[in-house]
Write a protein that binds this ligand. Structure first.
Ligand code: NAP
Length: 246
């Protein structure tokens, strides 16, 4: 295994892969962050921050930095970055692997409605309840702000760019969250619908477990369609793929 590995990051799996690489092949991991959060998690190995300037900019970057492989470990909803990675790696002839954690699957007792996008999530949540808890990040809140005080609670890592209507409580927090805390939060605000993206993984799954225990409905935004590329579900799988490259 030789050369620099560019990890397109922004997820816990990206951090885990950087940690694995740094432990086994120090100096090879170069993590890239979009720069959306003001105090991102500390990453093992080298880090760069900010967009590349589209697929063309990324292709140039791969060549200039002599990147030997790219692992797209961005969030399942970071569709543009994932498309750009496919395009750029094809142009620069660099091998690409997607590291995508599995989607969440319902268990007995879950009361889920799946919807295709955030606007549909707001409509469905308004049909289902009057005290909505929104956990979809800070950048796509407009359809929920339009619901007025039906949207009772918003949790995100960063503050929203646009102010939320009066009566909406904003909680700024980063997972992982504990189930008991999620349950207490939902009870304190008498939540009757939770809205989430299908992010998958363990860090934010506690809200789904808490909703199941309390019989609360959940509206889940389906993942966008991903480009067809070689994919693994785990950081260990990505590490094995890197080892397999000549
Ligand atoms: P996006 O819509 O697919 O990306 C928009 C643009 O942001 C990309 O075209 C790229 O700019 C830049 N970008 C995105 N990820 C980058 C990275 N890892 N390194 C450098 N530039 C990056 O993605 P997004 O939804 O804005 O997400 C941005 C970041 O937040 C991702 O790293 C993702 O893993 C993380 N994140 C997203 C969500 C979510 O729900 N979308 C949730 C949690 C974390 P250029 O075209 O200029 O290169």
């Amino acid at each position: 295994m030789t050369g620099t590995v560019l990890i397109l990051g922004g997820t816990a799996d990206a951090v885990a892969l950087a940690r694995l690489l740094e432990a086994c092949a120090p100096g090879r991991a170069l993590s890239s962050l979009a720069g959306r959060t003001s105090s991102p998690r500390l990453l093992p190995g080298r880090t760069r921050v900010g967009g590349f300037g589209g697929a063309g900019g990324l292709a140039d970057y791969l060549t200039i930095e002599a990147i030997s492989a790219v692992v797209d470990a961005t969030h399942p909803f970071a569709a543009r970055m994932s498309r750009n990675a496919v395009d750029a790696c094809a142009r620069a002839n660099v091998p690409l692997l997607a590291l995508v954690r599995p989607a969440w699957a319902p268990l007995a007792g879950d009361r889920w409605s799946r919807v295709p996008d955030v606007a549909a999530a707001a409509s469905r949540a308004a049909e289902l309840g009057r005290r909505i808890f929104v956990t979809i990040g800070s950048r796509e809140l407009a359809p929920f702000a339009a619901l007025g005080d039906r949207c009772r609670l918003v949790r995100a890592i960063e503050p929203p760019l646009e102010p939320l209507p009066p009566g909406v409580t904003l909680v700024l927090a980063r997972g992982p969250f504990a189930e008991a805390d999620e349950r207490a939060l939902m009870q304190r605000y008498r939540i009757d619908v939770v809205v989430t993206k299908d992010s998958g993984g363990d860090a934010t799954v506690a809200k789904l477990i808490a909703a199941r225990a309390l019989g609360i409905r959940v509206v889940i935004v389906d993942r966008p369609v991903r480009p067809a590329v070689a994919t693994t579900a785990t950081p260990q799988g990505a590490f094995a793929w890197l080892e397999s490259l000549a």
